[in-house]
Design a protein around this ligand. Structure first.
Ligand SMILES: Cc1cc2nc3c(=O)[nH]c(=O)nc-3n(C[C@H](O)[C@H](O)[C@H](O)COP(=O)(O)OP(=O)(O)OC[C@H]3O[C@@H](n4cnc5c(N)ncnc54)[C@H](O)[C@@H]3O)c2cc1C
Length: 765
């Protein structure tokens, strides 16, 4: 069987000191990785661009105030004069922007080197920093930020030999030799399921699989869980859960999701600690934070292992497993494994670095930012309510995998340029006390590469409500696609930074469109699942499935499917083709159901959530409550028999249940409601509508009982006259159990017929 090993795209660095025999027989080289500093001080560990520039690095993200020094101690093997090299860049040089925002110093034994770094170079390079005399033994080292504006340092080299190589291809070997790294990474496993990516999709997968008795590794390259839903990115989790055909799906998401009141909200609202606690409470999960996957070993059609880098210690681990789940959002694992993937060439949804500001009691200064985008107050939407929301988005036509750092940095230039306009530009008079409180250093990506499964879900499938036998994850968000907002795109047409969302609302918002399971595994790699943004859907379909609670539910399904696959010794495809009945059973179990191993019986703990109703709680007036209050028989439009061309809507507020239906005039459409009298007596027949100018001024309603028929027409452009938004279609006398049929139709309606609820109320109540 052919063994293909993917070439590693990341470099490894560690705080290791040795005499290098490679460069010169007598030369000493000390490589100090920035991420290996003992104390990062105020610097942020940035792991977002390892695939591009080769390493985790430290970022001085101080919002214009220099951050505290990062400090460490090195041991110098022999005294001497060493040449110094620092791997860094001037992060705005690629745009030839005036000024150098990311300046910093390297401080050796308490004394800054003469050279200031972050002042030149558009690409990551080892920049010469002169020479320094080092004594043998312990020497202190610090990174000293001078600006608070995103200076960055990957590593520092002290050498008596050759300069380190700048060619990216030569770096891995050089680093390995210089650091004396072991040739083979440590092996961990075998696991039943290795989940890579700790956002909502990865957490859902790991928790569901572990509770079904699988041994799981959850690998996440950030120090916190949640992905875009963490305190680092601060996107609030949307999408409705616990509904549709399998209303148990979503119960795990319910446990760990945020309840943020804003997006971006506060640090606390994203509850990183809660997420970690829930994962760590599972004995079957080994959680690996700060661990970045960069290579895949594939044997035949299967993944054998995934190799990862500890982004703090730089140790490498090789995770072996039966099944793998790519929950990276970027299809990193699928791509490395050679699975077929797709990505829109241009016109994707972009990446955001959201931000927040506040007002203080006293005047606050903010440094001029000549290197930021030159903005006036007209060039961006006012950050109302003190936050720069989701639509601060760029990179629509840029490379989200090969140049994500450029997209993130452009976002930073936009935010700092906007705040500069508020503080030092034409907005200064109104913002003397304004202060920048938070700007995400970690970008929130929306769209990049996706892995192809046995089904590639499309927009048409969703709006036509195409039924797949394996439809199981209810997608309730509209098809929400983002484009550059024209009025703000004129100044920077190459990379607009403000977006607009266009929504196709023909998605069933309460029951959800059931996304098929076959979108959750690779068609090519037989032990690879995927969940989240990188599942098998088109760009348009991604517009609805991508919200986080929906991604989390995909994870729940994948975790359960992995348990079926292990138990039945089959593939993800085999689960669908042969063991779907097993899956249906598991999908009907509470999220808290568990077994310690596959051999154990499944137990339902006492704190399992109650079964939710398939449509979820009503989003309008609750029909059950209405029935109880009015002692009425209520039929909502979802219970009506609909003939013809009805459309669902929920935009006109005041409806009963989950929304209403409407149909154009003279389309032959009919909504037929059947109501039975609970006791003999006289009843008023009441019909609900929500007025709108495009509704019919003469909508026909027919009332039919055993005793006869009557007809009435309503002017639905006007508000319904009776309390609760009802109009009277007459009074009927019924025996106990007698039926009354109400039909709303479109003939000569003079506008759209509107069908919401109908009720029978005891006469006079
Ligand atoms: C600004 C913005 C606003 C949005 N608005 C909303 C909204 O209001 N509500 C909503 O629900 N959704 C919203 N979305 C969409 C949503 O955030 C994403 O679609 C969703 O996060 C996808 O979840 P995921 O688990 O697939 O990926 P992510 O949340 O991106 O999680 C993936 C995780 O995997 C990690 N990872 C990546 N590569 C590796 C690797 N090689 N090794 C180890 N770990 C790795 C990443 O660091 C990340 O933490 C928004 C997105 C953005 C950016």
């Amino acid at each position: 069987m052919a063994r293909s090993v993917t070439v590693r795209s990341a470099l490894v660095g560690a705080l290791v000191i040795l005499s290098s025999a490679a460069a010169s027989a007598h030369a000493a080289t000390i490589l100090v990785e920035a991420e290996g500093f003992a104390d990062h001080g105020g610097w942020t560990l940035d792991t977002q661009f390892i695939g591009e520039m080769g390493s985790p690095y430290l970022l001085a993200h101080g919002l214009g105030r220099p951050v505290a020094d990062a400090t460490t101690t090195i041991t110098v093997p022999e005294a001497g004069t060493y040449r110094v090299f620092v791997r860094t860049k001037d992060w705005v040089a690629r745009w030839q922007a005036p000024g150098t925002p990311g300046r910093f110093q390297v401080v050796v034994a308490g004394k800054p080197l003469g050279q200031t770094f972050g002042t030149s170079g558009a690409t990551w390079d080892w920049q010469p920093g002169g020479t320094v005399a080092l004594p043998a033994g312990e020497v202190s080292l610090a990174l000293r930020d001078l600006t608070g504006f995103d200076g960055r340092c990957d590593g520092i080299v002290f050498t008596t030999g050759e300069a380190p190589p700048n060619e990216v291809a030569a770096l891995p070997g050089w680093r390995r030799r210089t650091l004396g790294l072991p040739a083979e990474p440590e092996t961990r496993g075998p696991y039943d399921l290795v989940v890579i990516g700790g956002g909502y999709s990865g957490m859902g997968s790991a928790l569901a699989a572990a509770r079904m008795g699988l041994k799981v590794a959850l690998v996440q390259n950030r120090p916190v869980l949640g992905g875009n839903g963490s305190s680092e990115v601060r996107v609030w989790a949307m999408g409705l859960i616990r509904r549709g055909k399998y209303p148990r799906v979503g119960e795990i998401v319910e446990e760990f999701c945020d309840h943020a009141t804003k997006s971006p909200g506060t640090y606390e609202e994203f509850e990183d600690a809660k997420k970690e606690r829930i994962v760590r409470a599972e004995p079957n999960i080994d959680l690996f934070l700060d661990t970045h996957a960069f290579a895949v070993e594939r044997v035949g059609d299967r993944i054998e292992s995934v190799t990862c880098l500890d982004t703090r210690t730089n140790r490498e681990s090789r995770f072996t497993g039966r099944f793998f789940c790519d929950a990276t959002g970027h299809a990193v694992i699928g791509h490395l494994a050679g699975a077929e993937t797709v990505m829109e060439e241009k016109g994707r949804m972009g990446m955001s670095n959201m931000w927040a500001w506040a007002e203080r009691d006293t005047p606050q200064s903010f440094p001029e930012t000549p290197w930021a985008l030159p903005l006036t107050m007209d060039d961006f939407p006012y950050p109302r309510d003190h936050h720069g929301q989701w639509f601060w988005e760029s990179g629509f036509d840029k490379d989200p995998l090969g140049d994500a750092e450029g997209i993130r940095d452009w976002n930073l230039r936009a935010v700092f340029g906007a705040f500069n306009a508020m503080k030092n530009g034409d907005g200064a008079a109104d913002h003397a006390t304004a202060v920048l409180t938070w700007v995400a250093a970690i970008g929130g990506p929306r769209e990049s590469r996706r892995i192809l499964g046995d089904v590639v879900l499309t927009q048409d499938d969703i709006v036509d409500k195409r039924e797949f036998p394996d439809g199981c994850v209810p997608s309730t968000w509209s098809i929400d696609l983002h484009y550059p907002k024209e009025e703000y795109a004129r100044k920077f047409p190459d990379n607009p930074f403000i977006s607009i969302a266009e929504h196709d609302r023909r998605v069933d918002r309460s029951y959800g469109y059931p996304v098929p399971y076959r979108c959750f595994y690779s068609k090519d790699v037989e032990n690879l699942f995927m969940a989240g943004r990188c599942i098998s859907v088109t760009h348009e379909a991604l517009g609805t499935v991508r919200v986080m609670k929906t991604c989390g539910m995909m994870g729940e399904v994948v975790g359960k499917a992995a348990s079926v696959a292990v138990k039945r010794a089959t593939t993800p495809r085999g689960v669908y083709e042969t063991y779907w009945a097993d899956m249906e059973e598991l999908l009907q179990l509470p999220g808290k159901a568990r077994r310690a191993t596959l051999a154990d019986p499944i137990e339902i703990p006492a704190d399992a959530l109650p079964l939710a109703v398939p449509h979820g709680p009503p989003t309008g007036l609750d029909p059950a409550k209405l029935a109880a209050e009015r002692r009425a028989v209520v039929r909502d439009d979802r219970e009506a028999v609909l003939e013809g061309a009805w459309h669902e809507g929920s935009g006109l507020r005041g409806y009963v249940g989950y929304g209403y239906h409407y149909a154009g005039p003279n389309t032959g459409s009919k909504a037929r409601y059947a109501l039975r009298a609970p006791a003999a007596g006289a009843y008023d027949v009441l019909v609900a509508w929500q007025p709108h100018e495009n509704r019919g001024s003469s909508v026909p309603v027919l009332v039919e009982t055993a005793a006869g028929r009557s007809a009435v027409r309503f002017d639905m452009q006007q508000p319904a006259p009776l309390p609760g938004g009802f109009g009277s279609a007459g009074r009927v006398t019924l025996g106990a159990g007698d039926e009354c049929v109400v039909v709303i139709s479109t003939e000569d309606a003079k506008g759209n017929a509107h069908a919401d609820a109908v009720m029978l109320v005891p006469a006079g109540r």
